[in-house]
Write a protein that binds this ligand. Structure first.
Ligand SMILES: CC(C)(COP(=O)(O)OP(=O)(O)OC[C@H]1O[C@@H](n2cnc3c(N)ncnc32)[C@H](O)[C@@H]1OP(=O)(O)O)[C@@H](O)C(=O)NCCC(=O)NCCS
Length: 154
């Protein structure tokens, strides 16, 4: 999409990132201090910028050959126009370049938009985690084998 750019987060972006986090996750939102920690501790932390505004972010962790998608969110007003895909695509490329072989994540089973996004990139459900979330809902534990992913290699 024209004018959409995905780049590494900067400290000045953290306020916008946290606003998006609150809008998307409400009482389950990560704290501002956790985002500062992600920024300063070597996490893969990207933002999507559209017409000068921060409209989404994605954070991932690398542990040797394994990656973990910690969170991804796009401002409600800017969903459905490819920002989530652009963020995930770039994060997966970066994990691939760091020689990550397997990427994991947890997502609410009922979160159709996110489950579809992950499936589109080749993530597969490894197991269902019953009562995983505070509200009692189940999670999908999903995995992507990067060496088999056409999206990031192709
Ligand atoms: C999940 C989320 C990041 C997707 O961001 P987005 O910018 O809207 O995503 P995109 O426009 O790139 O869409 C990518 C794919 O996601 C899926 N998708 C997006 N919105 C969807 C919806 N409302 N219903 C079903 N599938 C949807 C589709 O597969 C879509 O691919 P397609 O356009 O080829 O059909 C966004 O909905 C969001 O921020 N949700 C709230 C936060 C959240 O739940 N994060 C995940 C936590 S694990």
């Amino acid at each position: 999409m024209e004018s959409l750019c995905v780049r590494f987060v900067k400290e000045k972006d953290l306020g916008s990132v946290f606003k998006i986090e609150k809008l998307c996750f409400g009482s389950e939102a990560y704290s501002p201090s956790l985002f500062s920690y992600f920024l300063t501790t070597g996490f893969v932390f990207l933002v999507a910028e559209f017409k000068g505004l921060i409209i989404g972010y994605c954070v991932a962790e690398v542990r040797n050959s394994e990656g973990l998608i910690i969170s991804i969110a796009v401002h409600p007003k800017y969903r459905g126009m490819g920002a989530g895909s652009a963020l995930l695509s770039k994060v997966l490329s970066l994990l691939d370049s760091k020689r990550v072989e397997k990427v994991f994540l947890q997502v609410k089973k009922e979160n159709k938009a996110a489950v579809n996004l992950y499936s589109k990139f080749g993530f597969e459900v490894l197991k269902v985690l019953k009562n995983y979330y505070m509200d009692g809902s189940d999670a999908y534990f999903m995995q992507l084998l990067l060496k088999h992913s056409k999206t990031v290699k192709g």
